[in-house]
Design a protein around this ligand. Sequence first.
Ligand code: ADE
Length: 225
Amino acid sequence: MHIDILTVLPDLLTSPFEHSIMKRAQDKGLLTVKVHQLRQWAVNEYGQIDDYQYGGGAGMVMMCEPLANAIEQLSKDRKYDEIIYLTPDGERLNQKIANSLSLKGNLLMICGHYKGIDERIRQQYVTKEISIGDYVLSGGELAAAVLVDSIGRLLPGVLGDETSALTDSFQDNLLAPPVYTRPVDFRGHKVPDVLMSGDHKKIDNWRYEQSVQRTKDRRPDLLED
Ligand code: ADE
């Protein structure tokens, strides 16, 4: 999978992809992420990419021209399966969306700033709008990092144990069961006996029951889907 990201703050998007699973995905050649400074497509030599909003009001709007030129130039090199705008009024990201995006080949993500991007870019170029939650961030960069991470870890071959993404919370609309490691007895708090029974069928049943119970207690809304 290849992901291009358009941003005015490319430095915000270096470290998140240089560690752990995202690094492994890139080292294995399963994922490439390229971050592009939007100001390359600025309308003048001052690097302008935003302007006052029509109708008045505080806050700048990211202009059509730099975004349209950037999208058109990048689209010459590859055909995007989705052009995604990260925005608090987009569809709320969940595991199902991450799963479905992980099946794509080329994605372009646009990080908004200030009051957001001109509506005409949303209408004419953007194919998907995603929010990472009901709160407002200073820009779309951290949201893009979250989205790339949620997708990248699902690409086949990225996780060492092929089954581990399938047992994550939210796959099957269930939260993950509790997990334990050594010691067996931590200050009087013991690991449940069943996990040391060696009986894998019993262990699987216990984990499933714990998942269902945890989901009922914490996220009953997931069971309604
Ligand atoms: N940009 C600002 N806030 C955001 C959010 N919650 N999700 C996605 N992009 C954003």
